[in-house]
Design a protein around this ligand. Sequence first.
Ligand code: NAP
Length: 301
Amino acid sequence: MTATIINGVGVAAKVREECRERVKRIVAQSGTPPGLAVILVGSDAASQVYVRNKIRACAEVGIRSFRYDYLPDVDPGVVIDKIEELNQVPAVHGILVQLPLPPSFDIARILRAISVDKDVDGFHLYNVGGLVAGGTVFPPCTPYGVVKLLEHERIPIEGKNVVVVGASNIVGKPMALMLMQHEATVCICHAKTKDLAQFTILADILIVAAGRPNLILPQMVRTGAVVIDVGINRLKDGRLVGDVDFDGVAEKASYITPVPGGVGPMTVSMLLVNTIASCERWLQPPVQSAAARMPLLVTPN
Ligand code: NAP
């Protein structure tokens, strides 16, 4: 079997085209575009690139962006004050704090400062809780992008055995929860899992987000499985690779995502989707009850 290679660049481009249309409708209705505020602390090279890409993607679809840069030794209180100010700014519909933060920062405290109504990264405890309870959330962008890719390829999720390798708060855990909401049977593996292969071999859909090149070898994959590689690793020779032995596994899998060009492009696109969805929600007619102001349900569509 030779796998179909899932073209994340192409799907992401389609999502952005839909974003452009939605932004046009918003501007026609309200006169102003959606707005995303991006906060970057420190000068981590990868974070600089990610922030630049996010801001460029906003411009591509007509979202207004607001960028705030801080030195690594800034007092965390200054950043929290800025977040609280942005929570009140009507032109800002989404607030994103680029991770990782310097060690002096209490990340949970920073993320909690973001209004749940503007938490387009989906990392606030309220949104995390919503994901657990199967309720109303902004889906975290990377797992949201994976679900979108599966849906685009019309790969059924319901009733499938899904194995997620990686249990981080930003990828592995929300990924597992989102697929449980899609009625999959989900197993999560992590660095302390004994004999990883005994789990991965059972997967109809294998999602790998560990940050370890060549972690998944062909003998660990069931023939015909769908393999989604979230990992991004820079090798010593400068090459960018995922966590999966792409060439070997592509011989066994039915579908596989490449790195680069698979999940990566989807992450930024889903950030745009969440920002637009937030803006659309703010434009809804005023409502009376506090309950109706709860964060919106963003369904993968
Ligand atoms: P992370 O916070 O470092 O978490 C890595 C997870 O993988 C942890 O749960 C860890 O287990 C587990 N793990 C590590 N080594 C393992 C092993 N040998 N076997 C099984 N599990 C193992 O990383 P992350 O932020 O989730 O990111 C994971 C990867 O995805 C990275 O390569 C990152 O660059 C990439 N990423 C890509 C995108 C995208 O848009 N494509 C977005 C975000 C992240 P423990 O919990 O036991 O430590």
